[in-house]
Design a protein around this ligand. Structure first.
Ligand code: ATP
Length: 534
């Protein structure tokens, strides 16, 4: 897609999300806060459905995974043990002119002519020896570089700037310059992404605490408690959904990279390969089903497949996804393999979830830092070991964005009068759709229709989200629900009341995607809808 088309599509998505109450800028009336977002009524339902469905699939429907809900602020030693205090940082560079901050690894390489200045002189005779340089496109006059350099020295208190020591050089694929204005950037320096706070009334170094940058560590530090109370045996998993915070240098792409977000993580504890090898395989197990003698590679493959199937089950088909296997040199020193599941967003193919085989690094670190044993005694093989782990770690907000981008469609349709119009529709999978069904009396000024429609609404409401709407022409009401992504619409008309006796107590059921309507008995509605939304 051409750049303009991509931007147009994203702009339409962002505008629809605001207009229909999916996503708002946080603190909007105060000008917003960069990197923070709020979910409106439809967004909150969508998000809740995604999290509930993940929770169901990952723990409630499985024998071998249990849940946890830990506090956001935890003992600061946890982040020392996990390595976050020392290594959880991104390289950061600043523009020497605008002071805008960038992640060094996200600066696009550029080519052109770099103009270097050794310093500047002022009309008053003042001299500055701060070196500076500017990158301009090949063929552009030196004046454009001089203009930027002059601004640089003016910002340092000089007037009537005379630039000193100008020289130029051809530069290829350099990431030292700000792509927006050509100004030199500072050298990269690490920037820790953890938000710091203090516990208790005294703000002192001993009271420093952090907002968790991931939910995973809580699972590791509660491993023993869960093991002892949940009556699980390795292999088994602990999962958690919750907020995480990262002071990202450059929040971008709408809710894709923000500073407060939610994660859905599973830590699946497995036997070290040498112990697994001693365990006999089960008979009568279907191919692909977990086996007690699986090593880390099989478990890793298994979880990648499980996660892809889960994405498919909420409407993200394999064709919308992609995979990135981290290369050996990209892996963390303790990781055996990491695969990222990517989604083809309009702005590029980017990570939704990472699935890592992390060895026993985390539990061993906590054992070392806390002095408490993290060992597991395997009754079957009589081995004692620190379990290894497979970690599927997904971001809720990125997934919401993927679902909205995937669902967004503009279609040309012809109305009853033969006029062509554009129908905007969010084709969410019924499982995640914020509202499952719209209920409409054909006319609002006919009390019998309204009464019957309200009866249908009340019949369905205990089982699903229902939107009751009696305002405006029926076509307009359908369109409003199309934009909200509501998969079904029910209309109560005069036939429902028995105008044609054979149609008494039937309604029309409209399918959002095909726009086809069929008549259905009211008594059949609930089982039919439940079969589609569960
Ligand atoms: P990235 O490389 O994009 O910064 P990451 O590899 O650091 O992400 P992980 O630490 O593996 O991410 O976190 C697991 C998941 O949490 C990611 O796949 C993503 O879905 C989500 N996530 C991470 N950082 C953010 C963020 N700043 N905003 C929204 N979601 C995030």
């Amino acid at each position: 897609m051409a750049e303009q088309k991509i931007n147009e599509r994203m702009e339409k998505i962002v505008s629809l999300c605001k207009r229909r109450g999916f996503i708002f800028q946080s603190s909007e009336i105060y000008g917003g806060l960069n990197g923070f977002w709020d979910y409106g009524p439809l967004g909150a339902e969508l998000k809740r459905n995604v999290k509930d469905y993940w929770w169901k699939a990952m723990t409630q429907k499985r024998e071998d995974v249990v849940g946890l809900e830990a506090s956001i602020i935890m003992h600061p030693k946890i982040w020392e043990a996990s390595g976050h205090t020392t290594t959880f940082s991104d390289p950061m560079v600043d523009c020497l002119l605008t002071k805008n901050r960038f992640r060094a690894d996200q600066v696009q390489p550029q080519s052109g002519v770099a103009y270097f200045y050794s310093g500047a002189k002022d009309a008053t005779g003042k001299e500055l020896s701060d070196a500076f340089s500017v990158l301009v496109q090949k063929g552009k006059p030196p004046e454009s570089a001089r203009k930027v350099a002059t601004q640089f020295y003016e910002q340092r208190g000089m007037t009537g700037v005379q630039l000193l020591g100008e020289r130029s050089e051809l530069v290829e694929n350099s990431t030292k310059y700000n792509p927006e204005n050509g100004s030199l950037l500072t050298e990269a320096r690490p920037f820790n992404l953890m938000f710091e706070t203090h516990t208790g009334p005294i703000k002192s170094p001993e009271n420093i605490a952090y907002l968790r940058p991931e939910t995973a560590q809580a699972i590791f530090v509660q491993f023993k408690n869960v093991l002892e109370t949940a009556r699980q045996k390795v292999p088994f998993g602990i999962c958690q959904i919750g907020k995480a915070f990262r002071n990202e240098i450059n929040p971008r792409n709408y809710i894709f990279r923000s500073r407060e977000f939610e994660q859905m993580e599973l830590e699946f504890f497995i036997k070290p390969d040498e112990v697994a090898a001693k365990t006999p395989a089960l008979t009568d197990v279907a191919e692909g089903e977990p086996q007690p003698n699986w090593g880390w590679e099989q478990w890793h493959k298994y979880w990648v497949e499980q996660r892809v199937r889960w994405y498919e089950s909420i409407g993200l088909g394999r064709d919308t996804l992609d995979f990135y296997w981290q290369k050996k040199e990209e892996l963390a020193h303790y990781a055996k393999a990491t695969v990222d599941i990517l989604f083809k967003f309009p702005f590029g193919t980017e990570e939704l979830e990472g699935i890592a085989a992390r060895g026993n690094f985390d539990l061993s670190q906590h054992q070392k830092f806390s002095g408490k044993s993290m060992e597991y005694f395997d009754e079957e093989t009589r081995d004692k070991y620190v379990p290894h782990v497979i970690e599927p770690s997904a971001g809720v907000d990125r997934l919401i964005l993927a679902l909205v981008c995937n669902a967004f469609n503009e279609e040309e349709v012809t109305d009853d009068k033969g006029n062509k119009e554009v129908r905007t529709v969010l084709k969410f999978h019924p499982r995640v759709a914020p509202v499952k069904v719209g209920v409409f009396p054909l006319l609002k000024n006919k009390p019998e229709l309204v009464k019957k429609a309200q009866e249908v609404r009340d019949l369905l409401r205990p089982h699903m989200t229902v939107f009751y709407d009696e305002a405006g022409a029926i076509g307009r009401r359908y369109r409003r629900q199309d934009e909200a992504g509501t998969p079904f619409g029910i209309t109560i008309d005069f036939d429902t009341l028995g105008e044609k006796p054979e149609l008494r107590d039937t309604v029309t059921l409209r399918d959002r995607d095909t726009m086809k309507q069929e008549r259905m008995d009211i008594s059949e509605l609930l089982p039919f809808l439940l079969s589609r939304i569960r």
